[in-house]
Design a binder for this molecule. Sequence first.
Ligand code: GDP
Length: 197
Amino acid sequence: MIVKSAEFICSNTQISKLPPPVKPEYAFIGRSNVGKSSLINMLTGKKGLAKTSQTPGKTQLINHFLINDNWYLVDLPGYGYARISKSKKEDWNKFIRTYLDKRENLQCVMVLVDSRLEPQKIDLEFCNWLGEHGLPFVLIFTKADKQSAIKTDQNVAKFRKALTATFEEAPQHFVTSSENQIGKEDVLGFIDQINQN
Ligand code: GDP
């Protein structure tokens, strides 16, 4: 898929104010600092589209971007801020989980995982929650340029293995680097394929 246009539509703190669910939607989510904004900017080819390095604990927003007038790319707030208060964490949980559970045009959740790290509990728990709620998801491993391909493969394999404790089969995954433009075609091709069906 070639991204011809990527337009910011709205930022929301309320589920009731989301755009009408008339176009297929793909939600990007992961731990804070996982490289989500950088990935969104790489996919869309627009450097400043998603704001990188947002301050932890700021208002949690669901950002909608319209791609090629055809589908929504959704930037969800990151999880796992170490310094966020308990009540803010609960707000996050409620807001995002309600969105994920209720959004009828949501085609797939794109779960971003830092390829440098061994499997992290918070990421595995989130994947398990998606599974329990019957939500389709894929894994996007980020920052692959930061270490050797062997190390990336090892961490990917460990994460997939950890998921098989609860899933019969680990979901599809992509290895990406926003720094080196790796994985762009694969992720966009995946979305294109779903949009065609
Ligand atoms: P977000 O908080 O998940 O939106 O993460 P950002 O996109 O703001 O990225 C967090 C930090 O990681 C920034 O300093 C980015 O420059 C860096 N970063 C993100 N993606 C990559 C990548 O693919 N390769 C490298 N080397 N650094 C990255």
